[in-house]
Design a protein around this ligand. Sequence first.
Ligand SMILES: Nc1ncnc2c1ncn2[C@@H]1O[C@H](COP(=O)(O)OP(=O)(O)OP(=O)(O)O)[C@@H](O)[C@H]1O
Ligand SMILES: C[C@H](N)[C@H](N)CCCCCC(=O)O
Ligand SMILES: [Mg+2]
Length: 232
Amino acid sequence: MNTLLIAGTDTDAGKTVVTTAIAAYWQRYYAQGSLALMKPLQSGTGDRELYQRLFELKQSPEEITPLYFEAPLAPPVAAEREGRSVDLKELWPVFTQLQARFSFVLVEGVGGLGSPISWELTVADLAHDWRIPTVLVVPVRLGAIAAAVANVALARQTGVPLLGIILNCVQPRSEAEIADLTPIDLIESFTQTRVLGTIPCLEDAHNLDQLIHSASNLDLEVLLPRLPILNH
Ligand SMILES: Nc1ncnc2c1ncn2[C@@H]1O[C@H](COP(=O)(O)OP(=O)(O)OP(=O)(O)O)[C@@H](O)[C@H]1O
Ligand SMILES: C[C@H](N)[C@H](N)CCCCCC(=O)O
Ligand SMILES: [Mg+2]
């Protein structure tokens, strides 16, 4: 496996934080330049621009984000605003070329697993069609349990290869609050899916050292391709 999809229960779940945390960890401990980041569809500025600021990626902007729309809306709606339509056929060749060129391709989803990427398909359909091992980012807040249960149910119904759940602390909270809002045993038993770790609330979510440190809270054996660590 050299590909991982970072999906979420919703927009603002923390997919970019998790993506950049895993990417920063990889860049620190594995061969530089062997990583590709992809946000197949982006609506509104933010994610591609942050990837380019944090990492020296060996990819053109179109290889990071083949389908880019200005309006911060669901992609088919954003595309329509520009008099365009979403041509999903553009994505697959870019994705497969990245897989061939790089040791690890991290793909960030759009919105939640159920968010539309066209008038017909959702992010979950993309994960299934591309057979991408997927993790689900669940923000730590009241309602997280229901969000996890609903998104895992969709993943199962669609045939998404789901590796596990990552809890993401989007605001400062004590350990006790985190345990109350996102009880791991309960989430695992309702979803029959492993929780692979919790990303703490970061003081600066754009700081590489903090991102690397946060990634070490995750079960990286499950998330990263099995390649030798180069930098100690
Ligand atoms: N663990 C965290 N610590 C601090 N801030 C966080 C954390 N997780 C998320 N945030 C902040 O919350 C906001 C939303 O997070 P993020 O951009 O990662 O969401 P997303 O799921 O990628 O959203 P989108 O659907 O737009 O791609 C950002 O401002 C981010 O910096
Ligand atoms: C603008 C936002 N940050 C994302 N780029 C797009 C999220 C689309 C979500 C659509 C939905 O599920 O209702
Ligand atoms: Mg994002």
